[in-house]
Design a protein around this ligand. Structure first.
Ligand SMILES: [Zn+2]
Length: 94
């Protein structure tokens, strides 16, 4: 026999949490309340930036370049991954 009573309350609580990435500015669906970056890549950049902020200027990292690349990708209407892949294939062809 089927029971119509089986219903999960969790389903009702499900909600889309749209946030803006602090690194590339892209909007993304956050699965966590604390998420601030759209991707692992941006998360890595953010981590580097935080580490950079802590440590005194010694080594020049390419963090700034990564941020610029992320912006370029966004301007091109691509995700950073797509843009990076395109850059890579272009480099491979030549
Ligand atoms: Zn991002």
């Amino acid at each position: 026999m089927l029971s119509g009573r089986i219903q999960r309350k969790k389903v009702h609580r499900e909600r889309k949490n749209i946030k803006q990435c602090v690194i590339c500015g892209e909007f993304f669906e956050a699965d966590r309340e604390t998420a601030v970056c759209c991707s692992d890549h941006c998360r890595a950049i953010r981590k580097k930036l935080r580490e950079q902020a802590k440590t005194p200027k010694r080594k020049t990292t390419n963090t700034q370049k990564l941020v610029e690349d992320a912006k370029k990708a966004r301007e091109a209407g691509l995700t950073y991954g797509q843009w990076q892949a395109r850059q890579y294939t272009e480099r491979e062809r030549t």
